[in-house]
Design a protein around this ligand. Structure first.
Ligand code: MG
Ligand code: MG
Length: 278
């Protein structure tokens, strides 16, 4: 989402977080299926169709389709495209490309949002490093999403060289984009105190070269100003008494991605204090 700030962060009940977790597992499945299909000769519209089928089969509702008129189930961004790319049958992946896939879904009106980036065939070592750095940035941020921490502790944990500042993460729950904005940079110890029942979509965008961005004439696709390639990772995380619960992850991160932090990735809901609905 675009940067903005307003007060008020929604607190979810256990039952509402359970629905967000259901949605999160659908998103995880859709993203995994689409990522597994990435190969030279596959179009970004093919990836959209795969994710759409997964969400439909699960009885969930795609969050992106029709959102402010967005025409697809996922956003796909190839190479220098940073965020909000529209899938197209004309955009055929080639060996050496990289592609990010961003997907949201809701169950019972409660949303989850996640993204990942993969190489297409054989990619240069610098691109593999960019992808790994971006995924590490995400998991550092997730590990910082703890009750009692300040919002900018998350931002600070994500921050690193090459972060795009024009687009930020967001609160999520009964709507896909809610307060607070979650910048991917900043000093720690600022912003709202994180509390049990809050949920955040943390989503670093990392580019090679300048972090300046430009909007294409389609009104959606954001590219890097100087053509540098970009990676995007995102998870939806709930703040719980037991720690950060990554609602959109179906498995622990790959080895070496999360160092020195603790997160919860599991099917069962962690124990929480009861909250009033809100
Ligand atoms: Mg997203
Ligand atoms: Mg998002």
């Amino acid at each position: 989402m675009r940067m903005k700030r307003e007060p008020g962060v929604q607190i979810k009940t256990q039952a509402q977080l359970a629905l967000m977790h259901e949605a999160g597992q659908v998103v995880a499945s859709a993203l995994r299926a689409a990522a597994d299909a990435v190969a030279p000769g596959v179009s970004t519209a093919d990836l959209d169709a795969i994710a759409s089928a997964r969400i439909g089969a699960a009885g969930a509702v795609p969050s992106f389709l029709g959102y402010h008129g967005f025409p697809a189930t996922v956003c796909t961004c190839v190479n220098d495209e940073i965020v909000h790319g529209i899938p197209s049958a004309a955009r055929v992946l080639r060996d050496g490309d990289m592609v990010s896939i961003d997907c949201g879904a809701s169950v019972g009106g409660w949303h989850a949002d996640a993204a990942l980036t993969v190489g297409v065939g054989a990619v240069p070592a610098g691109i593999t490093k960019l992808i790994g750095d971006c995924e590490r940035a995400l998991w550092q941020g997730l590990a910082a999403a703890r009750a009692g921490a300040r919002l900018s502790d998350v931002s600070h944990a994500v921050e690193r060289y090459g972060i795009v500042e024009d687009y930020v993460g967001h609160g999520i729950g009964s709507e896909m984009h809610m307060e607070p904005a979650v910048p991917n940079y900043g000093k720690p110890g600022r912003g709202p105190v994180l509390a049990e029942g809050m949920a955040l979509a943390i989503e670093p965008l990392l580019v090679l070269g300048s972090a300046d961005t430009r909007l294409l004439e389609d009104g959606w696709t954001v590219v890097s100003e100087d053509g540098g390639w970009s990676a995007h990772f995102e998870h939806t995380v709930a703040i719980t008494a037991a720690g950060p619960w990554v609602l959109t992850a179906s498995a622990a991160p790959p080895p070496g991605i999360l160092a020195g932090g603790q997160v919860i990735v599991r099917a069962a809901q962690p124990a929480m204090q009861p909250h009033p609905a809100g």
